[in-house]
Write a protein that binds this ligand. Structure first.
Ligand SMILES: [Zn+2]
Length: 97
């Protein structure tokens, strides 16, 4: 599920910054074969839901520790959000138009 997208026509690989740029667009053009593809972001929601489940579970587990405090939980959650932010390009898929 978590991998960078390939060109649906020629199978060319795309680098992280390229995918990151394309994730806000609806379509893109392959620099290798010049064909146009559709940018699919539907897997992103699976990532969000999985992340939500992990964080709720993690926060609940951490709250059972007696010395746990809210600022620490917020830091953990913030780190998690940053990780998710960088994982989003790995959920992008390129599809044929
Ligand atoms: Zn291509």
């Amino acid at each position: 599920m978590l991998k960078l997208p390939l060109c649906p026509y020629c199978g060319a690989r795309f680098l992280f910054p390229t995918v990151k740029q394309s994730q806000t667009k609806k379509t893109g053009i392959c620099p290798h074969c010049g064909k146009e593809f559709r940018v699919s972001r539907s897997w992103r929601w699976v990532l969000y839901l999985a992340a939500l489940a992990v964080f709720v579970g993690l926060d609940c587990a951490l709250l059972t520790i007696p010395s746990m405090n809210v600022p620490f939980l917020m830091v953990i959650t913030a780190i998690g959000v940053i990780i998710i932010y960088f994982l989003i390009p790995y959920t992008v898929r390129y599809k044929k138009l």
